[in-house]
Design a protein around this ligand. Structure first.
Ligand code: NAP
Length: 275
């Protein structure tokens, strides 16, 4: 039995936060490894996010995951920032250090690990990848894919955002609007959807024949069910964002506790919980 004073506090902050699976995932690994810690969810509603995130460290919180809408404030609240988080411009993981928060972004490598786990041939070199979307999540995806020698095309409703993303993070990528989406999907080996799947978008997408190619949607749970069904009916191999969620959590766990957790077991647990 752990003394309550020895139990280290971790958690996730966001608004909204009620649906977050992060406490389930992290407490699953904490329990499995018998670590003296507890991971909570904190519903943060504030106009002073940077100051409030700094204050959480003073309350002896050892590590935080940060979700919408506070990922950019996590960087501002940190005294040290990883190269990945610095480049992407947002952080999803904070670790307490004596001088203040250290900020990292585990979405990028978490996405890459999840993507590779879907592929028989783990070598992405030369693959034509179509990224749909240019928001926060797409930035992490574009950043990590640009390091894999892939042939990247980024399409977005607002093309100027795709162009900005390319200039900042993926200089060899090309951009396009959504008007040629079917042709762009047809030319790709892998399609990654990083849009927030708002009404109208899914209906407007016409999938070309997939022939077993991968359609990877970053969202998970009920949200991507319709688009994944459409993709699957057109012959695409489909994957939702649940594995990415678990992979990015595993990298946070490693940063905080210095051990690699069981990704597969946590993924199964999450699947049972939400399906
Ligand atoms: P975001 O910053 O708000 O970006 C939203 C993107 O969706 C933008 O590219 C936006 O285009 C596009 N979009 C929104 N409504 C659209 C519409 N009606 N038609 C066409 N495009 C539309 O959101 P985000 O943070 O990047 O998140 C994107 C998705 O990734 C969400 O579903 C989120 O849950 C998921 N995600 C998953 C994980 C994971 O671990 N699995 C992690 C992070 C995010 P414009 O630029 O033109 O507005």
């Amino acid at each position: 039995m752990n003394e309550i004073s020895n139990i280290k506090a971790f958690g996730v902050i966001g608004d909204p936060i009620a649906q977050s699976l992060s406490p389930d995932i992290h407490n699953f690994w904490i329990k499995k490894s018998n670590i003296s810690a507890y991971y909570n969810k904190f519903h943060l509603q504030t106009k002073c996010a940077t100051e409030d995130i700094k204050a959480l460290q003073r309350f002896d919180v050892q590590g935080l995951n940060v979700t919408m809408p506070y990922k950019e404030y996590a960087i501002k609240a940190a005294v040290n920032v990883s190269e990945t988080a610095e480049k992407i411009g947002v952080a999803n993981t904070l670790k307490s250090t004596p001088s203040g928060w250290y900020a990292d972004n585990t979405d990028a490598v978490g996405f890459l690990n999840a993507l590779l786990s879907c592929l028989e041939n783990k070598d992405l070199t030369g693959k034509a990848i179509l990224l749909i979307g240019a928001g926060g999540a797409a930035r992490a995806v574009a950043y990590i894919l640009s390091k894999q020698n892939v042939d990247l095309t980024i399409v977005n409703r607002t093309v100027s955002k795709a162009d900005d993303l390319i200039t900042e993070l993926a200089p060899t990528a090309k951009s396009n609007s959504l008007s040629d989406l079917t042709n762009d999907m047809d030319a790709a080996d892998i399609v990654v959807n990083a849009t927030s799947l708002k009404a109208g978008l899914v209906d407007s997408i016409e999938f070309p024949d997939g022939n077993g190619r991968l359609f990877f949607d970053l969202s998970y749970g009920k949200a991507p069910e319709e688009i994944l069904r459409k993709a699957s009916q057109s012959g695409w191999q489909t994957e939702d964002g649940l594995r990415m969620l678990v992979e990015q959590a595993a990298l946070s766990h490693e940063l905080w506790h210095g051990e690699t957790p069981d990704v597969e077991a946590a993924y199964q647990m999450c699947q049972e919980k939400i399906r």
